[in-house]
Design a protein around this ligand. Structure first.
Ligand code: ADP
Ligand code: ADP
Length: 237
């Protein structure tokens, strides 16, 4: 599903983000990437759907190189990848419905999107996605009127409405309280199990990683220091 071959990333100022990473993730895995702040977790995730360019190596998604893709091909690969961020990345003053549909093709700042005119079939798809994360009744609420946990569920629903095959989540629970953290992680696990969507999630708490992951990847200073089952991951990774 995702293959990284000899991936290195150096930032323009010379900072090493990733050093010669080789990883291969299969469909349906729930991968948690752990490591201290600055270890390269975010750099790794952003490299996968090419939010930034890598310096060396190749990344393939479903056997298509995203590293080399351009234009239509790049958009087509990215359509398979949903992204969830620590700070939700929602359009705060827009409705939940508009936010959920914003991941779909043809919804980038078109007039009908701004006016909130959505075809019935798309509305139904958005409702289904919202219901999966338990907030179907919030469809017409403004995003900034929801709690943090609810906002993060909207961003999960956005990935579902996009019909992503892979979800990349960069510290998705870092700004949530312990109870909400658990609810959001449970949602991700349920989606992973029910829909078979591959999850790649950055977390900085190893205990949470152990509880939800099917596989743990450990990074330290941009290098791969662990890749394996949950049981053998020590607190050091
Ligand atoms: P993590 O997500 O594990 O906290 P990051 O991937 O954000 O780690 O950072 C990895 C390394 O890259 C750190 O040394 C960080 O300071 C550096 N880094 C991250 N983003 C940038 C950037 N835009 N410019 C320069 N260095 C960066
Ligand atoms: P099954 O094959 O067990 O019936 P699926 O996982 O194919 O179940 O789908 C269950 C429901 O979830 C269906 O209503 C389907 O339309 C919906 N669904 C499947 N994949 C997605 C997705 N990526 N995003 C949103 N809804 C989906």
């Amino acid at each position: 599903m995702i293959e990284m071959q000899n991936v290195s990333k150096m930032y323009p100022n010379g900072t090493i983000g990733l050093k010669d990473i080789n990883l291969s993730f299969d469909k349906g895995e729930f991968i948690v990437i752990v490591g201290r702040s600055g270890a390269g977790k975010s750099t790794l995730l952003r490299s996968i759907n090419r939010l930034h360019e890598i310096s060396e190596g190749d990344i393939r998604i479903d056997n298509r190189s995203i590293t080399k893709a351009k234009g239509k091909e790049l958009r087509s690969i990215r359509r398979d990848v949903g992204m969830i961020f620590q700070n939700f990345n929602l359009v705060k003053r827009a409705t939940v419905m508009r936010n959920v549909l914003s991941g779909r093709v043809g919804y980038h700042s078109t007039l009908r999107t701004v006016l909130g005119l959505f075809p019935k079939a798309d509305q139904q798809l958005a409702y289904n996605a919202l219901q999966r994360v338990g907030i179907g009744e919030k469809a017409w609420t403004r995003a900034d009127q929801l709690s943090g946990g609810q906002q993060q569920r909207v961003s999960i629903a956005r990935a579902l409405a996009q019909e992503a095959k892979i979800i990349l989540a960069d510290e998705p629970v870092a700004s949530l309280d312990p109870m909400t953290t658990r609810q959001v992680m449970d949602d991700l696990r349920r989606i992973n199990q029910e829909l078979g969507i591959t999850m790649v999630v950055n977390l900085h708490f190893i205990d949470l990683a152990r509880e939800y992951a099917t596989r743990i990847v450990g990074l330290r200073a941009g290098e791969l220091v662990y890749d394996g089952p949950v049981e053998e991951a020590t607190d050091e990774v």
